[in-house]
Design a protein around this ligand. Sequence first.
Ligand SMILES: [Zn+2]
Ligand SMILES: [Zn+2]
Length: 182
Amino acid sequence: MEEKTKAFLFKVARRGDRGVWRRIEIKGNQTLADFDRIIRLEFNLDDFDHLSTFYSGKNWARSGYGIITPEGTGEGADIKISSLMLFNGTINYVYDFGTETHLYAKLEKISDVEPNVYYPRTVSQNDPHYKFCEDCQAKGKKTIAVNECYTCGEEKERPVYICEKCSGSGKHEDHYLEEILY
Ligand SMILES: [Zn+2]
Ligand SMILES: [Zn+2]
């Protein structure tokens, strides 16, 4: 196969959360490091701290393609997309070996590379199911939440979502916030 003229279209989703997905297209001669980078961006996974790996089958520690560092190095980094052995058309991904986030990528299509297109690229994604800011809601306003406050969530024993503006208010000062993935 002419690996550099073929584009691989994957549907990438979080395991156990089918609501959030991205269709990502990547060229055959691009690498797992390229795939890793766009996945980190698309799924709000940091690109400066944790390691990741792609793997086939069930056990990432045993059947991994090798680690990838946030800098795009590591033994798995240079493996080409066209050389992957896809089990059931799927490759799995784990990010952060301490607090694991699991995703999977299902190959949907292989087509010819289009001219003047930058790969890898995100071609489509799920419709967002917006969550609303509960601080604003208390004041009778409906504002889309951008963060989840884990500090308040622990106290209230349920998820607490807040908007950009309320995130900067004194109430959530020094709280642990994480961006919501839509
Ligand atoms: Zn708000
Ligand atoms: Zn809070």
